[in-house]
Design a protein around this ligand. Structure first.
Ligand SMILES: [Zn+2]
Length: 82
């Protein structure tokens, strides 16, 4: 398990971090303090989610909203089979 002194979860690349961002937003929704972007960490060299991203444009694109919507539907199914 990789560790970063920031205490955040490390993601190998941008794609994986993006998937995690989609998953978190689908599960918990967007509220104050929820992640709104990803960034390349200078400490560990991996990607982290952040709630203070200034480049939030892409999470509001129709394509990204659609990914969140689909992931939320999958969450519903997960819950139904538990
Ligand atoms: Zn880091």
């Amino acid at each position: 398990m990789r560790n970063c002194s920031s205490g955040k979860v490390c993601h190998d690349n941008r794609t994986i971090a993006e998937e995690e961002l989609v998953r978190v937003l689908a599960k918990y929704g967007e509220r104050a303090g929820s992640p709104n972007g990803i960034y390349l960490c200078e400490i560990c060299g991996f990607y982290h989610l952040t709630s203070s991203s200034r480049e939030t444009g892409y999470i509001h694109t129709p394509e990204f909203r659609e990914r969140i919507r689909r992931a939320a539907l999958e969450n519903d199914w997960d819950d139904r089979w538990k």
